[in-house]
Design a protein around this ligand. Sequence first.
Ligand SMILES: Cc1ncc(COP(=O)(O)O)c(C=O)c1O
Length: 410
Amino acid sequence: MDSFAERSRLITASEIRELLKLVNRPGLISFAGGIPASELFPYDEVEAAYQRVFSQSKETAARALQYSVSEGYPPLRELIKEKMEKLGIKLSLDNIMVTSGSQQALEFMGKLFVDRGQPVVVENPTYLGALQAFIPTQPSYLTVPIDDEGLQIDELAKVINQHPKFIYTISNYQNPGGVTLSHARRLRLIELAHRYDVPVIEDDAYGALYYEGEPETPIIALDAAQRGGDIDQTNIIYLSSASKILAPGFRVAWAVGPKAAIERMVMLKQGADLHSSTANQMLVHELMTQPAFVDHLAKLRQHYGERRTAMLNAIEKHFPPGVAYTRPNGGMFIWATLPPVFNTKQLLQQALDEINVAFVPGAAFFADRSGTNTLRLNFSMMPPERITEGIELLGGMLTRELEKAGVAAQ
Ligand SMILES: Cc1ncc(COP(=O)(O)O)c(C=O)c1O
């Protein structure tokens, strides 16, 4: 069979994924994943929530098993509404829809805004899954670099007059960069987005996972605040998800934004999957309304925070001076940049062979395929001791390689 559409040919298996598939071997210390720690899932609470959904009454159980509305389970949307109202946003349930993971919302963003070849702004680097989600609509990319304060607004200002169809930003503890868009830049982003009338997709997958200081106010709340709280006057579509705070297996996430956009996204959803799993939406609602949820979040922050600190301390101690890295206050990733002569794809192969350590070479996260000297390190999936051990090994290897290349003193 080979009569596939042109668009399907754009979707190629990731080389990195193929390489990492082979690495299920004993003793491997992997910083390559990007997923929650399964030992931290709230197993007992999930079991209790199942009990409540399925044993409470025949009506509730039937509701969980039945088709439901494309917009999403109303009590879950009501809960999201309350959360957004606490940020000073005035909105109704029509401003909120449930999606099957934020991944689905990202695919809708492409379909909603972009015709083939039209430009969109993405951070350089950005979430690889977003680049994959946008493939079917075949945008062109205007890439804007990030630094310790997130998306570089001065750089954005240079390209925004090319009329991008949207600006996609991962505002908190970015995947892969670990950096957060600063308050001042959020305000400048809003100003530019309105001046040029460009929608902003604010992907807040990691905002609840903070380990130091409080998270920044969401861009959508700052935008609404400038417009009397009215969400329909904002230029933002805000995405968040139960994946990182509960469990990704539920595939429950939400999009919040002006009615005009949500309405069209709901129509796209009808064509995509009718609605997200009713049972899972009810479970997520149950879980998020229990008092134990607050404790669960605190537990995640404590464990992930320890892992982050272990990784940062080990990097500080063992990485050679020629390697720059980010110091995230939340999320799951640290991002490292080597001197330009290095190719981290080759270094991954070497790390697997020599020290049994894995990471993700950074180029995959760049829409323009630059960043061949960068790499992403995940810290959510391993206990601190293993993290320290793996970073020590990696630091040793990088030190040797930098010495060989004669760039140790940079
Ligand atoms: C920045 C970002 N956005 C979206 C997603 C997708 O999450 P979900 O499980 O909600 O589809 C991820 C998952 O890793 C992510 O890192």
